[in-house]
Design a protein around this ligand. Structure first.
Ligand code: ASP
Ligand code: MG
Length: 446
């Protein structure tokens, strides 16, 4: 079996839902479980309605409820014309009735607990799946009967063992019957049946959890990009989707704010050895990225990312550096000031490190000056070259520096996992540096 997850933008309206339905239809021979997000931005709409109710603005809350209702009913009307399957209208009416009751309750008490918020937020996925399941004539499953979580409302933790048992009970028997199984992302329930959510954007996580629980062949994440790109396309227009990405590479890129799935969300699938693919709903036959525990092929550098501005601090002490305890003393200052250090490079009499641009610089300098001299260089950026094969490719460093030409590299650091080579340059050189590196190391013939 396989899992197909469609994000909000892939089920934003009737047209999108039709496209998604085509993909589900094509996947029928593989016994698909379809995990859906709420339509478009309706989760935001539910949050807004709840917040209006919380401050006692019942009129505002009900207006939002009505506009969500109109939005869903329009999509349903467009999908089915006059003849929606029996029961769909009644189930939508029930769900909007439930939403109204919840909002009235919140408005009356002017109190919005995370528990109430989850109950309200769950409506987005419950609505989208009702409409979609009817459209593809799928078997609708309430994810809350399967995805058991703890009671941390708003950010609940799934209980993997119970999930497996329940998936075997409630989902597995529905597979292979020629119909898709349609369920909700993002939501679950406690042992007592209270509705929970996994946190915003939680549908990818749900998809990975369901995939792992059912031993899927593949988890497909259908979205609005052709996979994970080799670089930010706004900076490097020739950036392309990465065919194969390892979990560790995805984690490095995510840490640099690259537009990639949050690795934690797909961990259950990757751990279970299930490949996760990221695909474009509107270009189903186009390129895509496969993320898995290990990758087999590819270039030495898989992708480039950058982050800035950062500040470089170079701390020197001719007297103390060679002595033991210097680094401990140095890092004690950062620890005490609550400043996290990113890159570190050491030389005989100095240590260079990068910190975020908004750290309490004056206080840091004052503390460090007690035992060392400090040079500060603001307005720098970190460029990361990420790739599983970095460590096993000789001569790469030279190639990299050559590609950069006259762009001055102020610091170089190889991550401990040896798949991230980071360079520090002046922030204004970032785009230029990324383009040059991309041309030579990522985009060019290997
Ligand atoms: N609908 C939820 C959200 O917007 C979950 C998701 O889309 O992944 O956060
Ligand atoms: Mg989403």
């Amino acid at each position: 079996m396989i899992v197909l997850k469609f994000g909000g933008s892939s089920v934003a309206d009737a047209t999108c839902m039709r496209q998604a339905a085509e993909l589900v239809k094509a996947a029928l021979p593989r016994s698909p479980v379809v995990v859906l997000s709420a339509m478009g931005k309706s989760t935001n709409g539910l949050f807004d309605a709840a917040k209006a109710a919380e401050v006692g603005d019942l009129t505002g809350a009900m207006e939002r409820q009505r506009s969500l209702m109109a939005f869903h009913r329009t999509a349903a009307a467009e999908l089915f014309g006059g003849d929606a399957p029996e029961g769909l209208d009644a189930s939508l009416t029930d769900l909007f009735g439930e939403l109204e009751l919840l909002l009235r309750g919140v408005a009356m008490l002017r109190e919005l607990s995370p528990r109430s918020m989850d109950a309200i937020a769950s409506l987005g996925e419950r609505l989208s799946t009702r409409i979609f399941a009817a459209f593809v004539d799928g078997a609708w499953v309430d994810a809350r009967t399967v995805l058991l979580t703890d009671a941390t409302f708003g950010e609940a933790t799934p209980q993997a063992a119970a999930l497996r048992t329940r998936a075997a009970q409630h989902l597995a028997p529905l597979l292979g019957l020629g119909r898709a199984v349609v369920t909700q992302g993002y939501i679950g329930a406690t042992e007592d049946g209270l509705t929970t959510t996994l946190g915003r954007g939680g549908s990818d996580y749900s998809a990975a959890l369901f995939g792992a629980a059912l031993g899927a062949e593949e988890v497909q994440i259908w979205t609005d990009v052709e996979g994970v790109l080799t670089c930010d396309p706004r900076i490097v227009p020739e950036a392309l989707p990465i065919p194969e990405l390892s979990f560790a590479e995805a984690a490095e890129l995510a840490a640099f704010g690259a537009k990639v799935l949050h690795p934690a969300t797909i961990q259950p699938a990757v751990e279970a050895g299930i490949p996760v693919t990221v695909r474009h709903t509107q270009k189903p036959n186009g390129r895509f990225t496969t993320i898995s525990a290990q990758v087999r092929s590819g270039r030495p550098i898989t992708a480039l990312a950058s982050r800035g501005p950062v500040t470089v601090l170079t701390v020197s002490s001719s007297r103390m550096l060679a002595q033991s305890g210097f680094l401990a003393r140095l890092f004690e200052v950062f620890g005490r000031r609550g400043v996290s250090v990113d890159l570190v490079a050491t030389a005989e009499v100095s240590v260079s490190l990068t910190v975020e641009a908004d750290v309490p610089l004056k206080a840091l300098i004052q503390d460090l000056s007690a035992f060392a001299t400090v040079e500060v260089n603001e307005g720098r950026a970190i460029i990361a070259a990420v790739g599983e094969r970095l460590k096993s490719t000789p001569g790469l460093g030279a190639k990299l520096l050559t590609a950069l030409g006259d762009i001055n590299v102020e610091m170089i650091s190889m991550g401990a996992n040896e798949i991230n080579l980071s360079l520090v340059v002046r922030q204004e050189s970032t785009a230029d540096a990324l383009r040059r590196l991309h041309r030579v190391l990522v985009g060019g013939a290997s």
